[in-house]
Design a protein around this ligand. Sequence first.
Ligand code: SF4
Length: 527
Amino acid sequence: MDVDVLIIGAGPAGLSAAIRLKQKLSALKMDASVVVLDKAAQPGYHNLSGAAFEAACLDELLPGWRTEAGSFFSEMVPVQEDELYFLAPGGKALRFPEIIVPGGMKHKGDYLISLSRLVAWLKEKAEKAGVDVYTGLSARELIWDKNAVKGVRLVDQGRNKDGGKGENFQAGEEVLAKVTILADGSRGVLSREYSAKIGGNVNPQVYSIGIKQVFKLPPQNNFGANRVIHTLGFPSRPDVFGGGFFYSMGQNHLAAGLILGLDWKYTDLNPEQEFEYLKTHPFVAKLLEGAQLVAAGAKTIPEGGFFALPRLWTDGALVAGDGAGFVNMEKIKGIHYAVLSGMSAADAVAEAWGKGDCSADSLASYEQNLEARGVLKDLRHAKNYRAVFQWGVLFGAPLSRIQAFMPLRIPMGLDHEHTTRGASLKRNFTPAVNRETFASLSGTFHREDEPSHLIIPDNDICQRCQKELQSPCTAFCPVEVYRWKPEGVHISASNCVHCGTCAVKCPFQNIVWTPPEGGEGPKYKMM
Ligand code: SF4
């Protein structure tokens, strides 16, 4: 299959790039086929975020979108109340006075949204603009010619458990393109392959895990509407980076979750259970009184920021959105950077297309476009924000106020290197929601008789890991895919929600996450 412009990932970056590119080409009286591929069964099914959204980016992408019939704008909840609390272990909740809340953590002017719903709406916009959006197609690897990207190779469909060809076997196609935009999200398989080969980052990429649940609220509830609450403190110890969030989703629903930096040292830290523990705090329990859990999911967030960005373009390819690492940890936001970087990539491609030259030199205007839209300026301002927290919250919190003025880069290590022998939380607590229920609330699905997409290259390493660290994978996977058995780690790959945590956090880097067949994985409809 040959296309002109191929976009991997139908998320906010990929769909914004596709829409913008069609608009630009039409304004320049040119045409090109623009094809978007996504591994999810439907657009939005693999997209998860809090999410507080800076919506102005859509004014440039889709002028007039706020007032048109059927607009996503009608689903967006403007933030009117914005609160930050410290939760003490004894049950007290202390509200931070607004004057000391950092500017990046203020949310008045933002809108609370479901990212999976935004993506479903953007897909309709893209198709109306003439883009071909294909879901259920999983890309396995890039096709290279030296440092030039020539296209992608898709995952085979219909293999048996032993890897042999099943009845419905279909070999993964090659999709060749003049230019490819990689927008496959956090821990995207192709954007990681791209970054590993092209390089350019001076710090390694680091991640957090975001656990999210959606609740249906009773008509009379303690949360109200148009409200944002962030929490620090309980249940995390000061050496664990992260906090809780509670966002209105209209009058009837509430999104709640916990974000934890994956550089924790504890061998038994179970992020899903930590969120359940947070829900037992009297302040949170009161907010959730009468609430009914209706959906759940998890996702990694790239936190490395400016110093972890790879070189953003090469011959025949650019990388955008979370796949590039466009997340500002000072604001804990990435969606508007995904939209803006997608548009910036599209502008560079349109210009290159006009010249008939998709070489790296021709695509270099991507950087100026990102500067013009303020994406790189924001990331530069937050350049050491995450790094100052690597020594704990007590040290990081004051330094985070001055990090923007630090002239030097603070180096960071990889997340898995922080796991420490003998460090454990030893929680004595029975969660209200277990990880099996959590998995079922994500709607995740994989064929039981296909090869596992989670690969452990060396079982002997697992034996050593069990002896030294008690197999942290059995704790850190939010849906308990890994269980310890005397013969080694047992994998229930069908439960995987594609969060990406295991490949980051395995202390011996002995887990390889490969893309399963297209159309599998979670089915997020409200995330
Ligand atoms: Fe996430 Fe890995 Fe567990 Fe899948 S197996 S849900 S990617 S930690």
